[in-house]
Structure formats: C-alpha cells, structure tokens
Ligand binder design. Structure first.
Ligand SMILES: Cc1cc2nc3c(=O)[nH]c(=O)nc-3n(C[C@H](O)[C@H](O)[C@H](O)COP(=O)(O)O)c2cc1C
Length: 314
C-alpha cells in the first residue's frame, strides 16, 4: 500500500524535514499541494515548535508532520509539545526514538523514524513505529553510509511496515525506481530547496540550481557525523582539518551556525550549503506543485518506457 493512504494525503511524497528551512509556511504549502509537509524542528525549543505547529494548523487543514532531531537538547520538551498539540506525523532523525514511541502513539501521532541501515530498521519495527524513512547517502544533510539503491531492497526484505525511500529522488524516474526497489513512497529534500515557496536565501537557491553531479562532498566522516554539503571554501577547509590531528575544536568553530549562515545570509562560501547529489538535476526554480507533478505525473510514461525495454527481451 502506498503511504498516501496511510497518511491520508494525495501523493505518496513526504517533504524531507530541513532544520532552519522547513517552516510552518513551507510545510503547509507542501501539504496544501498534496504531499506531506513536515516542520523541521531540528533547531527549535519546545515553545518555538508549539508556535510553528499552531501556525501550520492555521495555514492548512491537511495532515502535516514535524521532524525532531534526537540530538536536539530540547527533544523531551518538543515531544511533550507534540503530544499536547496533536500532530499527525512525527519523523525523527539522528538516533533511536524508542523512549518516545509510547507517548507519541498515545497522542495519535504516526511515528516514522529515518534509518540508514537494516539493524536500526528492525529495532524500530519491534518498537511499533508506523513506517520507516530509509535514507541513502546521496541525500543532502546528515547521512549514513549506504546508497538508496542498496538500502531500500534490504530494508524492504527485513521489515513488514511501510518503507519510504529518501536520497537522490527528484523526478518520476527516481520515484518509479524507488517503488521497484520495494518502497511505498518517497521523501524528497534537495528538489524542494529550489521551489518558489522555499524560504532559503536566493544565493543558496541559485547554488543548488547551478550545482552539477559532482558539486557535493561529505564532511565529518572522521567524527562519525557525515554531512553532505556543497563543495565550497568551508567544506574544503573542514576536509583539510579532518586530515590533521587534534583539530576537533577548530572544526566545531568552523561549522558553528554554518547552516544558518547559508540559509539566512546566503553565505555560500563559508556557510554549510547542504544539498544532495541529485542537485545536478534540479536546474530551475519551480512551484511545489510543478515539482510534485514531475515526480508523480510521468510515472506511467516511465513504466511504458520500461515495458518497451522489457518487451525487447521477448
Ligand atoms: C538542507 C537540508 C537540511 C536537512 N535537514 C534535515 C533535518 O533537520 N532532519 C532530517 O531528518 N533530515 C534532514 N535533511 C534530510 C531530508 O529530510 C531528506 O531526507 C533528504 O533531503 C532526501 O534526500 P535528497 O536531498 O536527495 O532529496 C536535510 C536535507 C537537506 C538538503
């Protein structure tokens, strides 16, 4: 079953949460277009999350979600707010949401953690979560080690709950590929960065539009905190520091507030310009509606094309 049924939305597409970017307005715009908008609460405290949830409720009568990064020191507070405010879907990143599952379920929320490997996927299913976002390392932001291509079928075979593929999906070819690998829906982030409605600085948006297949790199591997970002002065300096010993403090200094620098100030040289490898395919600014249509609308055309090729085998 595709996840649009489970989540009571039109398209089986979740907007990837993006801390500092996925505001109530942005999430509501996605939900109003038929996907699942998700507020990125990664850099919020409890009361900021409450204000965003309430704003989102004013802007849409469709289901929406909220994403909690479990490394956020305000996680306990945010989870309490979510149960009080009643949010339809909670996605979690950066860890194991085990201790919050019971309270979220009791509040009526569906819980869909982001996972990057089979072991965590199995643990999450045992905890009773409603689905999994399996994210490959092509994605922008914090990533794991496996590619979407290898991760989805292995998680599909390991669990029975719905699996949503993330990482490297930006059009109907990616959507159909994800379904072929066993996914029940997709989550997209990078392609929505270039949407008209996305509230990032114009320079950030232009950087994604200009990006090519090879424009990203991964920082933080040496600290076990890999993050996919655009290659720029900051990432080059960071990667250089990673080769040196005892540079952790300097690395922390370098990245402190770096996503905010890119998102709000448009500093694409020294900011952390997070984007995925699929940025090379995101070449123009479009509305969220056009982007979702491009992902879902050409699905049958892609299937016909596959059918023709398979027909040649007969
Ligand atoms: C700028 C940016 C910020 C992100 N921030 C978060 C976040 O706060 N929480 C999270 O779970 N995922 C985060 N992600 C991952 C996305 O939610 C999504 O899974 C990913 O972008 C999908 O892959 P794609 O970039 O290839 O479309 C972020 C991605 C980007 C590009």
């Amino acid at each position: 079953m595709l996840i649009n049924k489970l989540l009571k939305i039109k398209y089986p597409v979740i907007q990837g949460a993006m801390a500092n970017i996925a505001t109530a307005e942005f999430a509501a715009a996605v939900s109003n277009t038929g996907g699942l908008g998700v507020i990125g609460a990664g850099a919020m405290d409890g009361e900021q999350a409450r204000a965003e949830i309430r704003k989102c409720k004013e802007l849409t009568d469709k289901p929406f979600g909220i994403n909690v990064m479990l490394v956020n020191p305000y996680t306990d507070e945010i989870m309490k707010v979510i149960t009080e405010e009643k949010v339809a879907v909670v996605t979690t990143g950066a860890g194991n949401p085990g201790k919050y599952v019971a309270m979220l379920k009791e509040s009526g929320a569906k819980i869909i953690p982001v996972v990057a490997g089979v072991a965590l996927a199995i643990r999450m299913e045992r905890l009773g979560v409603d689905g999994l976002i399996a994210e490959g390392c092509e994605a922008g932001g914090h990533i794991g080690e496996m590619t979407t291509m290898t991760l989805i079928p292995q998680i599909r075979d390991a669990v029975k709950i719905p699996v949503i593929a993330a990482g490297g999906i930006a059009d109907s070819r990616g959507f159909i590929a994800a379904l072929s690998l066993g996914a029940d829906g997709v989550q997209i982030g990078t392609s929505l960065l270039v949407s008209k409605e996305c509230p990032i600085h114009e320079s950030y948006k232009k950087a994604v539009i200009k990006a090519k297949d090879s424009s990203t790199t991964v920082t933080g591997r040496s600290l076990n905190m890999p993050v996919r970002v655009m290659k720029n002065r900051m990432s080059r300096k960071y990667l250089q520091l990673e080769k040196e010993i005892d540079c952790k403090e300097e690395m922390e200094r370098l990245t402190l507030g770096s996503l905010r620098r890119a998102v709000f100030e448009g500093d694409i040289d020294d900011g952390s310009v997070m984007m995925g490898q699929i940025a090379g395919l995101c070449n123009e600014e479009r509305t969220i509606a056009e982007i979702l249509e491009d992902i879902i609308g050409n699905g049958m055309k892609v299937m016909d094309c596959i059918g023709e090729k398979l027909g040649d085998l007969q």
